[in-house]
Design a binder for this molecule. Structure first.
Ligand code: SF4
Length: 266
């Protein structure tokens, strides 16, 4: 594990004007969704969660400095192909059958963009698998009715809300988005809990001082006592991520090489 001391992201030359994630989600949806289809760039078996069939979608409403899928996130018009909900479900199930996986997910970018498409995929993947919805939570926080929609699938659904940093200020520095976006991420957890949807928070803590991590644990405990033990996400130094952070002069406290990811984060 590499540790870099120094102040968090101070003086970062992150050349983006402040993003409104809801506006960016709308603009992105216009590029990656059409007539019930959504763009994807890959279907694959993945070792995460002990083995999971994975569809990697195109399009996100944040611009995280540590994003491993950056080349897709910033080029939604250029990357990927359109797939129908039926095609996505078939491909996910085919990989799951071949690899004997009990779990499926949409990952890569942000699966809640193009909500109508997602709502058509979920019933098609059936009840024989657990569907893991990996999300930054922005749209789930802004649209409480989304949690109501998900409640229809709650027997076979688990939502992992990945918080970007530990507070509004870190969120904004790490994602290039308005700080209020962090509250939307927390709101997503509240909305899901209210509708009885299984959900759990994770947080990228590699850029966070210890006291901020502790403060987040306390904040999450007020939403649900179990959330105090949120999942820790740490920076993975894929070569393009490392290069980007170097270019931006961004310091971090913890990181792992791709071949050295701790088992509990796989
Ligand atoms: S939310 Fe996820 S996909 Fe979107 S920019 Fe951040 S890390 Fe990348």
């Amino acid at each position: 594990m590499e540790t870099t001391p120094g102040s968090l992201l101070s003086g970062v030359l992150y050349n983006l004007s402040m993003i409104d994630p809801l506006e960016l989600a709308r603009a992105t949806e216009a590029l990656v969704c059409r007539d019930g289809l959504r763009k994807y760039y890959r279907f694959r078996p993945s070792r995460f969660y002990g083995g999971i069939s994975t569809a990697d979608c195109v399009g996100c409403c944040l611009r995280c400095v540590f994003c491993w899928a950056w080349n897709v996130v910033v080029r939604p018009a250029q990357v990927g192909q359109f797939y129908s909900p039926q095609e996505v479900a078939e491909r996910l199930l085919k990989i799951a059958r071949k690899k004997r996986f009990g779990q499926l997910r949409i990952s890569g970018n942000e699966p809640t963009i193009g909500w109508a498409h997602l709502m058509e995929v979920l019933p098609l993947v059936g009840k024989g698998h657990l569907f893991v919805l990996e999300t930054n939570g922005i749209l789930l926080g802004a649209n409480p009715e989304y949690a109501e929609d998900l409640a229809r699938f709650k027997e076979n659904l688990y939502v992992r809300v990945s918080l970007k940093g530990t507070c509004e200020e870190e969120f904004s520095r790490l994602t290039g988005a308005k700080p209020e976006g962090f509250s939307l991420q927390l709101k997503a957890l509240e909305n899901l809990l209210r509708r009885g949807v299984r959900a759990f928070p994770a947080s990228m803590v590699s850029f966070s001082p210890r006291e901020n991590i502790q403060a987040l644990a306390e904040r999450l405990r007020t939403i649900h006592p179990a959330f105090e033990e949120f999942e820790v996400e740490e920076l993975i130094l894929y070569p393009h991520v490392e290069e980007r952070l170097k270019k931006l002069g961004i310091c971090y406290y913890t990181a792992h090489k791709p071949e050295g990811i701790p088992p509990e984060q796989v």
